[in-house]
Design a binder for this molecule. Structure first.
Ligand code: FAD
Length: 419
């Protein structure tokens, strides 16, 4: 089978990219989704808080996904669910296996990678103790509870204060569990402030910052955990131990882009995001292969995923129409003081008409700080004041073409403290 565009992943990123490409005249599009339904991670996020930026109203995750699924119904975009992509070759052949069609190889003129991300597990952070049942990643517990209908435990300790952990603290409480504590290694929360307030404070769930779980005990099922305060070298401080009798530990200790296909395809990868390196229009290092959403970098709000993925979809349609972005002047972007990464990592000046949106995360919490853009000569190109910056909240700035024209060589994004 031949397609103009094959989209891998039917979450919000894949749906928005496919829709944008269709609107731009790309008429032979196929979305491949390994799950039984479209919607991605949104299907298990039954809480509200989605869509405030994009739809200007508060929706639940399934409602947000439903809007895009509905929009796609009026198009000719083909959808294959229960279809797992195993490989994407350099020349854009997509190898997929599905119950309906068996093993197939699809020829694509362009490909959008939108495979989302996965959670870090207990193995990734090596918590000491025994290996009883009752230790779940927060997202897996969310799926059990909200989709499969299983209550995963009654007395819960949550390790990590990322958004999924915070949301699950509230969800488990509403379902009748007792959430004893949320324990965070860093001196600040990894989640959005609104989730700290609405999911912990409103339910009197204590948040222990600069603490970690130092022991999990239990024979068949978790029976208790030990939580200790840590010093500035992240070592447990003796004498600070607290023991919680609990049957469940939920881990919310980070997300990693689902990057096996990206790596196997031979895309240039960014060690900081764990996703592919992309240009201003979300094109990767292989021409005609685009990437968007959590497979590129982990987003906090789905609205940003949608905007980024629409850009990828428009660019894929332009590629199919023969409008290949010229790359005579490329400006690399690097992460300076206080900045963890930037997306995109490169800007092709010939492709910039109006402005480029730059996304990044900071490494620490800042109050009254400045985001500063400098070039290779050290000249300051722009500065943006921010009252509050935190690692849990993705930042974005818009760089107009007129400013980019002043840049000599590479750009650096840094944080300066003070107004
Ligand atoms: C628990 C949780 C709570 C959240 N809460 C909020 C919130 O309150 N508000 C908000 O705005 N945002 C929230 N978000 C963020 C938002 O939901 C995500 O940023 C968004 O869903 C990411 O979209 P995506 O399409 O990149 O990834 P996903 O939604 O993960 O979709 C990726 C899709 O790709 C498929 N896939 C992967 N590999 C393959 C393969 N090899 N072959 C075929 N298909 C494949 C997967 O099955 C999946 O359906 C939350 C996220 C999580 C995890």
């Amino acid at each position: 089978m031949k397609y103009d565009l094959v989209v891998i992943g039917g979450g919000p990123a894949g749906l928005a990219a496919a829709h944008a490409a269709w609107e731009d005249g790309c008429k032979s599009i196929c979305i491949l989704e390994r799950d039984k339904e479209l919607g991605g991670i949104l299907n298990q996020c039954i809480h509200n808080g989605f869509g405030l930026h994009f739809f200007k109203e508060e929706l639940t995750g399934p409602e947000y996904a439903g809007r895009f699924i509905e929009m796609l119904r009026s198009t000719g975009v083909e959808v294959k669910t229960d279809a797992m992509v195993l490989d994407v070759t350099h020349d854009k052949q997509v190898h997929v296996v599905s119950a309906a069609s068996g093993y197939e190889v699809l020829d694509a003129q362009s490909v959008v990678l939108a495979m989302g991300c996965r959670e870090r597990t207990r193995g990734a952070i090596a918590i000491p103790g025994t290996r009883p049942a009752g230790v779940f990643t927060a997202g897996a517990a969310q799926r059990y509870l909200n989709i499969e209908g299983y209550m995963v435990g009654k007395r819960v300790v949550i390790l990590g204060s990322g958004d999924i952990g915070l949301i699950m603290a509230r969800r488990m409480t509403l379902e009748g569990a007792k959430v004893l504590a949320c324990v965070e290694l860093m001196p600040y929360s990894g989640g959005l402030t609104r989730n700290i307030v609405q999911c912990l404070n409103d339910f009197d769930i204590p948040l222990y910052l600069s603490h970690t779980i130092t022991d999990i005990q239990g024979r068949d099922r978790v029976e208790r955990v030990t939580v200790s305060q840590i010093d500035n070298k992240r070592q447990p401080i003796p004498g600070t131990e607290m023991v919680f009798d609990c049957d469940t530990v939920l881990l919310s200790v980070g997300l990693i882009p689902e990057n096996e296909l990206s790596r196997a395809t031979g895309l240039e990868m960014d060690a900081r995001t764990n996703g592919p390196v992309v240009y201003e229009n979300m094109e990767t290092s292989i021409p005609g292969v685009f990437a968007c959403g959590n497979v590129v970098h982990v987003h906090d709000l789905v609205d940003f995923v949608t905007a980024e993925s629409q850009r990828a979809g428009h660019a894929a349609a332009a590629y199919c129409a023969g409008q290949v972005a010229a790359s005579t002047v490329i400006k690399p972007i690097s992460a300076g003081n206080g900045v963890g990464y930037t997306v995109p990592q490169h800007i092709r000046m010939d492709a910039v008409t109006d402005a480029v949106s730059l996304f990044f995360r900071v490494r620490a919490v800042y109050r009254d700080a400045k985001i500063v853009i400098t070039d290779e000569t050290g000249a300051q190109i722009a500065a943006f004041a921010r009252e509050h910056l935190a690692p849990g909240e993705m930042e974005s700035i818009k760089l107009p073409r007129v400013l980019l024209d002043k840049v000599q060589g590479a750009l650096t994004v840094s944080i300066e403290e003070g107004k």
